[in-house]
Design a protein around this ligand. Sequence first.
Ligand SMILES: Cc1cc2nc3c(=O)[nH]c(=O)nc-3n(C[C@H](O)[C@H](O)[C@H](O)COP(=O)(O)OP(=O)(O)OC[C@H]3O[C@@H](n4cnc5c(N)ncnc54)[C@H](O)[C@@H]3O)c2cc1C
Length: 398
Amino acid sequence: MMAAAVAGQRGVKVVLMDHATKIGEKIRISGGGRCNFTNTALDGGDASPYFVSQNPRFVRSAMSQYTARDFMNLLREHRVRYHEKHKGQLFCDDSAQNIIDVLFAECEKGGVQWRTGCSVTAVHAVNDGSGMRFELETSTAGTWRCAHLIIATGGYSIPAIGASGFGYTLAEQFNHTISPTAPALVPLTFAEWGKQGWTELAGLALPVRIGTAEGKKNMSFDEDVLISHKGLTGPGVLQISSYWQAGAAITLNLQPDVDLECALCQGKVGAKVQLDTALAQLVPNLPKRLLAHLLSKPDFEKIAKHKWADVPDKALKQLAQQVNQWRLMPSGTEGYKKAEVTRGGVAVKELNGGTMESRLHEGLYFVGEVVDVTGWLGGYNFQWAWASGMAAGRSVSD
Ligand SMILES: Cc1cc2nc3c(=O)[nH]c(=O)nc-3n(C[C@H](O)[C@H](O)[C@H](O)COP(=O)(O)OP(=O)(O)OC[C@H]3O[C@@H](n4cnc5c(N)ncnc54)[C@H](O)[C@@H]3O)c2cc1C
């Protein structure tokens, strides 16, 4: 919609085709119905640290041409009220529908024609005498020809509302490489979660430092995690899921502000209390139910009721590690049904970052989630959709 509106307002004749009958469904369901439409961190500085891609620097050009401030200005023009919630995340005061209405109004301004409920089933490159054209076969609107074609079909996430792999298939048809795709911003699952008693703690949320345990560059986030019936979810887990590779471990620091090894080993001298009592005092912010669960594990069960001063440093260090550097091995994710986005996609090295045009096929553009660009949780993905759409919309012609 962003690309269509911008191109239309430049006088280009635009037809927007979508197989969904209701347009902008992901916007409508986003941010708990209030759409986290951008993040103030994307203010024109270097945007690349907030994105996962084979080459995160690819986002710089489009993101500097259209910043969070530009989108905020657009909302102000349309009198949409919004507020900041957490770490620069901007949400509508009223409803995500406001954003859809803005984009729709901008498309109207650009004279965009709509073909909704219309699936693009095939695309061919043809030479009609006046040059190369794309010929589109559609399910309900016959055959169309155009000189410039923008693919904004998103990723695999949430198939129930129209997601399809069409963009990837089309990209491959035009010889593009697809960086491996995987669900991202997604809850992580763990084998034998129930057997280990974690499901009894389902619903428990706590702030942690969650990180990748392996890889060249370790990432970590200070965010909440939530224990669920299948594993872990919540903002911290969604963030780290975008960096997690199957077979790798993650680490959780349940008390980032407390160096528990130091506190336990140094504080025990002359202490008369039991270890479990001392621990509850040293980590008062750790939910009691979680602490009790950790201490019920075979490694700690025996020492929990011992006098703190008598517990050997080796055992205390092990316990501290469980709190400050808990290593967990996810068995998988909850998949595309639950993923907010798809990681991977059309390889960025084959696209022009300033226009989003294919370097392999003139006139073909890829924008938004179908590209190998995945933003952090917090409005980064929508800002990428707006900015990359804007870049393509400014470049296309009839
Ligand atoms: C539950 C949820 C909440 C989210 N919340 C946020 C948030 O708060 N902030 C944020 O920044 N991001 C959020 N995201 C991510 C964000 O929605 C996406 O990154 C963004 O929508 C991508 O935009 P897009 O235009 O590339 O693709 P999409 O929004 O997925 O749009 C693709 C469109 O292409 C159509 N299409 C697909 N195949 C075909 C075909 N063959 N023919 C015709 N049409 C086709 C689809 O029907 C769809 O309308 C959320 C995602 C989900 C699933």
